[in-house]
Design a protein around this ligand. Structure first.
Ligand code: PLP
Ligand code: SF4
Length: 334
């Protein structure tokens, strides 16, 4: 049985693993030996934003624990249906920041390309759960136009590939996009915002490392991990590969009630990141998106937690606690 599984894993590509990701909440609960009473009574929110979680990530969840911090991030709950004042559809003002289809600029010197709508995992707290991705993400046929747009502003020296998750695109496409970007002499850095190294580490394969290593641009990858339990040996191997490709590795996390809103969870996350070759970058306050209010941590509590974490960790392992406020020139430190 085990051997059969191993053979399957080595033969299958990451696309295959993605296609096999769990989409049925009842199946997820079954695999974790949890009762189906935990299922939401309505399917309204899964119709709008379906469950999606790769088996690799599920294997790091604790069986029989309904409060597992990894499970909490992906399991749809009835609480999502509550309409709470102050929790809206576009809390970070993405609509206003679009300069062209798929191209967003909020901050000086950096532009963000929404490369695709697809993600390897669906995080219930995601601020983009209501964003009309498919209308807004760029298409390969528009990439040249997008590059021309970037070329107009010589202040831009960094391009951020975001989404969705940019690593959902095939490596043939990504290497083509990077080749186009490289031709802009003003660009110095290529940044990739991705949850793949954590949720589907087999995505970090030879084809990807090739274009990453080859580019003249300085490469930065900002991964997204919220809890130390998200790490296993496979994730460690993926990070080592990225490091050897010369990629600077940073992490952004979201402060989430019931997931990481305590001193131990936050300090263990930082420790684990560093052991794996990643530095903590941002700890985001939850973006106030409709359906995610049950994850919200009060600002006062957030500040207190960070103060306590500062007392036990070296400064370089303390992330910056920030919140995103629409129409401000940088992410606001608290
Ligand atoms: C968060 C974000 C960035 C990156 O901000 P940094 O502070 O440089 O990490 C760039 N563009 C947009 C639109 C963003 O939302
Ligand atoms: S964009 Fe990031 S946070 Fe949102 S669902 Fe995708 S992986 Fe999760």
């Amino acid at each position: 049985m085990l051997q059969h599984k191993l053979i399957q894993q080595t033969q299958n590509s990451w696309q295959q693993a993605l296609a096999e990701a769990i989409r049925d909440p009842a199946e997820l609960l079954r695999q974790l030996n949890l009762p189906t009473e935990l299922l939401p009574s309505s399917s309204a929110m899964t119709q709008q934003f379906p469950l999606r979680v790769p088996h690799s990530f599920v294997s790091r969840m604790q069986k029989g624990d309904p409060n597992d911090p990894l499970l909490r991030q992906v399991l749809p709950l009835d609480a999502e249906l509550n309409e709470i004042p102050g929790f809206g559809l576009d809390p970070v003002g993405d609509h206003d920041a679009i300069i062209n289809r798929g191209l967003l600029q909020k901050y000086q010197g950096r532009v963000l390309i929404m490369t695709t709508a697809a993600c390897a995992i669906h995080c219930r707290y995601c601020f983009r759960r209501h964003f009309p991705y498919s209308e807004q993400s760029s298409r390969p046929s528009q990439w040249q136009e997008m590059c021309d747009e970037i070329a107009k502003d010589s202040n831009i020296n960094e391009v951020i590939l975001s989404g969705g998750d940019p690593l959902s695109l095939a490596d043939t496409q990504l290497s083509q996009l990077v080749a186009m970007l490289e031709r802009l002499p003003q660009l110095k850095r290529l940044r990739i915002h991705s949850r793949y190294p954590i949720v589907l580490p087999q995505r970090i394969n030879a084809a990807m490392l090739e274009w990453l290593t080859k580019t003249r641009l300085n490469t930065v990858m900002v991964i997204h991990s919220n809890h130390a339990n998200e790490f296993d040996d496979e994730v460690g191997t993926a990070m080592t590969k990225l490091k050897s490709a010369g990629v600077t590795l940073l992490n952004q996390a979201v402060l989430l009630r019931g997931v990481n809103d305590n001193i131990e969870a936050l300090s263990q996350l930082s420790e684990r990141l560093f052991e794996t070759g990643v530095l903590p970058y941002y700890l985001h306050l939850l973006d106030k998106v409709q359906g995610a209010a049950h994850f919200d941590v009060e600002r006062k509590t957030a500040r207190h937690l960070l103060t306590e974490v500062r007392k036990i960790l070296p400064g370089y392992l303390v992330p910056q606690l920030v919140e995103e406020i629409a129409q401000t020139p940088y992410k606001q430190p608290l």
